[in-house]
Design a protein around this ligand. Structure first.
Ligand SMILES: [Mg+2]
Length: 223
């Protein structure tokens, strides 16, 4: 597939900062993983995170460390859940309308890079590195990232503020706990939410545009 170059350049004026799992991708890798390989250790890690005892990064690290299904099985979970033609079509619309794409994720580069490459999408991506060691996906913190976060690995809000600071129009799309802060940094007509993020913004009385599929975000921004 022809690569679609969506990473921002010094000339970029419009930037969509997007979460990946459950947002650009209609799946969450940690849920695909836990559905197949989860057990008491993965449940405990998520419980400890929600109770505030451990960070989101540490929860993800412990969940993936809890099973060693082997690299082929870990890759199958990715390959069996491709981004699909609507994501590619949405990205093409963004590109044609002059929007750049920055992916921010508290998950891992390990599967994000595979999925984007398979769809021919070249974006700027900020997430946690991962490597398969002895059949286990091992997450590491993004050493050297300009946007480090103790809680999530990547500070999504800092990414939004970076592009706003450069005078760009910045939109944000997300669905999860780490998306509340970055979503609140952009104006309501550029704030796209589903899932937990939508519920939380409703509770906070903050406006947002609801979506189910990421291509709807692209459609809205390019209408
Ligand atoms: Mg998400």
């Amino acid at each position: 597939m022809t690569p679609l170059l969506l990473a921002p350049t010094p000339e970029s004026r419009r930037v969509l900062v997007t979460d990946f799992d459950g947002t650009l991708w209609s799946h969450d890798y940690y849920l695909l993983f836990t559905d197949r390989y989860g057990g008491p250790a993965t449940l405990q890690a998520w419980h400890d995170y929600r109770r505030g005892d451990i960070t989101h990064f540490e929860a993800m690290r412990r969940i993936y460390a809890a099973a060693a299904p082997g690299e082929a099985a870990l890759r199958d979970l990715v390959r069996d859940h491709a981004l699909g033609p609507s994501v590619r079509a949405g990205a093409e619309r963004l590109h044609a309308a002059g929007w750049s794409l920055v992916v921010v994720s508290a998950g891992s580069l390990w599967y994000i890079e595979q999925l984007l490459a398979e769809a021919g999408l070249v974006a700027e991506v900020h997430s946690n590195p991962g490597r398969v060691i002895d059949g286990r996906l091992c997450l590491t913190r993004p050493e050297g990232s300009p946007y480090p976060s103790h809680q999530n690995g990547i500070d999504k809000g800092a990414v939004v503020r970076h592009w706003q600071g450069r005078g760009c129009t910045v939109a944000f799309a997300g669905d999860g706990y780490p998306d509340v802060e970055p979503a609140r940094l952009v104006s309501g007509e550029l704030r796209f939410a589903r899932g937990y993020l939508a519920e939380e913004l409703t509770t906070l009385g903050e406006p947002y545009i609801p979506f189910q599929h990421w291509s709807e975000v692209c459609g809205h921004l390019t209408r």
